[in-house]
Write a protein that binds this ligand. Structure first.
Ligand SMILES: [Zn+2]
Length: 434
């Protein structure tokens, strides 16, 4: 299922049931034995995971090669080795299909890295209310290193969400709503719209929509907004476009024909959501077959557990609390849309796979137990598959050509979402497009 088998310890190998994507209940004792992270002090490393055994590449990393999907037969030869000060001796290979050479680091999350920084620590720092500079202090590295690892973690997070999707049960009703924040300036607000399961509170998908600043403004603020918007102004239909992409993601998450009957999709009464729904032929078709029904609730209704949007309101609160850029009156606000989306993706995966769905009392469960009680498991994913994906995310390099990403994830991955006010795009390394 995943391209890990030769580097994953035996204890992590999946049973036949898990591979078929069926729920595989395990006891709490068994759960605690699932290794969710390498215990090496320098963090997860693809080379440590194979525990001294030889590395066997499963496919050619060069896009366009006939062995890129899966290496067939004796498709590679050993091609010497080299050393670097960070990882020691590294084995090189040569593909017999395309003639290109590569090394074991070509499959590692740490490709081209000359300095280690633990992805797990970075995640726990960033998802616990620290800004970029605070994260750099805690990891004892530069802010540039944090930004670099964040982009890598963001790509791994989007790939993990895509890989988790086919493992879920997809029977619960869903809710979506926009989380209001801003990037660069308060003159550039945006909505981060997320789609959440009402029972599991699993984040299925999210999207980004730039907005124009509205509400009451003084004359000076109006002039400042006009100056800010000289080069880049949010399109009025951005919310509808964002909702359309989210509906596409919704359709890909559903397992048609729906066996569990009608699935309710809840949102607030934003007119853009309804316009996007009415303009979506596949959703209208699904609605006419009785598979989906769009229900709305006033955004002024009390945000308690009786509110149908409780799950999205809960996740909004967590975001506001846990991500420094979304705190009220934050001085750590996002400076780049690309980095903001990467942090959101990282947080969504952290929420889905590493946070217990419900917790009471002062006890902190061990990591493996947290996976077994996570939102992903509540949404139907087998615990062992989730644990394996967590390990994969922290150690392996995701390839754009090998992932089944949605439209929004691909836009972000290719660096096609501009940051106001000058509309700059992120600079991405060539290897990110393989
Ligand atoms: Zn090749």
């Amino acid at each position: 299922m995943h391209d890990l088998p030769s580097v994953v310890p035996k204890s992590l190998r999946l049973s036949a049931d898990t591979v078929r994507g069926e729920a595989h209940p395990i006891s709490e004792q068994q759960a605690c034995r699932i290794p969710v992270c390498s215990t090496h002090p320098s963090g997860c490393d693809i080379r440590l995971l194979r525990g001294g055994r030889r590395f066997h590449p499963q496919f050619c990393p060069h896009r366009g090669c006939r062995h890129h999907c899966r290496g067939v037969g004796f498709w590679y030869i050993h091609w010497g080795s080299y050393r670097n000060s960070c990882f020691g001796r590294i084995q090189r290979f040569r593909c017999r299909g395309c003639g290109g050479s590569f090394s074991e680091m070509s499959f590692s999350a740490d490709i081209y890295i000359k300095r280690r920084a633990c992805y797990r620590r970075l995640q726990s720092v960033l998802c616990d209310g620290a800004g970029v500079r605070a994260a750099a202090r805690r990891l004892e590295c530069s802010t540039g290193t944090v930004a670099n690892r964040l982009q890598r973690s963001g790509r791994a997070a989007f790939a993990t969400l895509a890989r988790l999707s086919p493992l879920l049960k997809h029977h619960e009703s869903l809710a979506f709503d926009g989380f209001r924040s801003f990037c660069v300036s308060q003159h550039a607000p945006c909505d981060l719209t997320h789609l959440i399961g009402l029972d599991s509170e699993y984040v299925y998908a999210f999207d980004y929509a730039p907005l124009r600043r509205g509400g009451r403004m003084s004359e000076a603020q109006r002039r400042a907004r006009a100056r800010f918007e000289e080069h880049l102004r949010a399109a009025p239909e951005a919310t509808e476009e964002s909702a359309r992409r989210l509906y596409d993601a919704l359709l890909t998450t559903a397992d048609f024909p729906l066996k569990a009957g009608r699935r309710e999709i809840w949102s607030d009464e934003h007119p853009g959501y309804d316009r996007a729904w009415q303009a979506h032929p596949h959703l209208i078709h699904a609605q006419s077959r009785g598979w989906f029904i769009h229900r709305t609730v006033s955004s002024r209704r009390a945000r308690n557990q009786h509110n149908p949007l409780w799950a999205v309101n809960y996740f909004d609160r967590q975001l506001r609390k846990d991500l420094a850029e979304h705190h009220r009156e934050s001085v750590c606000h996002a400076r780049s849309v690309s980095a903001m989306i990467a942090r959101f993706a990282l947080y969504a995966v952290y929420h889905n796979t590493e946070k217990p769905r419900r917790i009471r009392g002062s006890r902190t469960p061990p990591a493996a137990e947290r996976v077994c009680t996570s939102h992903a498991v509540a949404a139907g994913a087998p615990a062992k598959a989730v644990a394996k994906l967590m390990l994969w995310r922290l150690t392996c390099r995701p390839f754009l050509s090998r992932e089944h990403l949605g439209e929004f994830a691909e836009l972000w991955w290719r660096g096609q979402i501009p940051t106001p006010p000058d509309g700059r795009f992120p600079e991405l390394p060539q290897y990110a497009f393989a």
